[in-house]
Design a protein around this ligand. Structure first.
Ligand code: FES
Length: 179
C-alpha cells in the first residue's frame, strides 16, 4: 500500500526506493555502511523523511531509533526538505550586533518564508546559523555555500541572482530533462 506521511510526496512505492534497495544490498556487509546508505538516500530524495528512515531500518535490520540517532547526530543529514539554494544568515554575536536580524527579516520578506522553511517552489531554504568564522566581515550570510558580506539592501539582488542562476541552469538542460 502506498502511504505518505511527510507531505512531500514520498510514498512507500516511490520508484527511488528501488535504487536505494539496490544500493543497500551492495553495501550491506560493509562495516559502517549506514552512513553511506543515508548519504545515498539523501542524494535520491533530497532529505530523509520518516518513510525513508523506516525503509532503511527495516532493510538493514537496524532499530529505527538507531537510524534516527545517526541522522540527527550529523548536521549534514536533513529530515526536512531543503531548497535548491540554502540561504543561511549568521546570527553569531558579531553578525547579530551588526544587523543580521534585519537581514534575516528582509530575506523572510523577500522569500515569503520564515527561518527553517522552504519556499513553495523549493528554490530557497532560509536558515540561521552560528558563527561561520568570518566575524571580521560581519554581518555575513552563507549563500549557496559561499560566505558573503551583505547589507539589508543587498537582499533583493541576491534573491534575483539566484533565481536567474536557476533559470539559466534550467535552460542549459536538455529539453527532455526540464520539468
Ligand atoms: S558571528 Fe557571524 S561570522 Fe562570526
Amino acid at each position: 500500500m502506498s502511504t505518505c506521511c511527510c507531505g512531500m510526496g514520498v510514498t512507500t512505492d516511490d520508484p527511488r526506493f528501488a535504487e536505494l534497495d539496490a544500493f543497500m544490498a551492495s553495501v550491506r556487509e560493509q562495516p559502517g555502511s549506514l552512513i553511506s546508505v543515508l548519504h545515498k538516500a539523501q542524494q535520491l530524495f533530497g532529505f530523509l523523511p520518516e518513510e525513508v528512515e523506516s525503509r532503511i531500518a527495516h532493510t538493514m535490520s537496524i532499530p529505527l531509533t538507531d537510524v534516527y540517532g545517526v541522522v540527527t547526530f550529523y548536521n549534514l543529514f536533513n529530515t526536512q526538505p531543503v531548497g535548491k539554494y540554502a540561504i543561511s544568515v549568521c546570527m553569531g554575536t558579531a553578525c547579530y550586533v551588526r544587523g543580521a536580524g534585519r537581514i534575516l527579516d528582509r530575506f523572510a520578506e523577500e522569500l515569503g518564508v520564515q527561518a527553517g522553511q522552504v519556499t513553495d517552489d523549493r528554490l530557497f531554504s532560509l536558515e540561521v546559523c552560528r558563527c561561520v568564522g568570518a566575524c571580521s566581515l560581519a554581518p555575513v550570510v552563507v549563500v549557496d555555500g559561499e560566505v558573503r558580506q551583505l547589507k539589508e539592501a543587498d537582499v533583493p539582488a541576491v534573491v534575483a541572482e539566484l533565481r536567474q542562476r536557476s533559470e539559466l541552469e534550467a535552460l542549459s538542460q536538455p529539453v527532455s530533462a526540464r520539468s
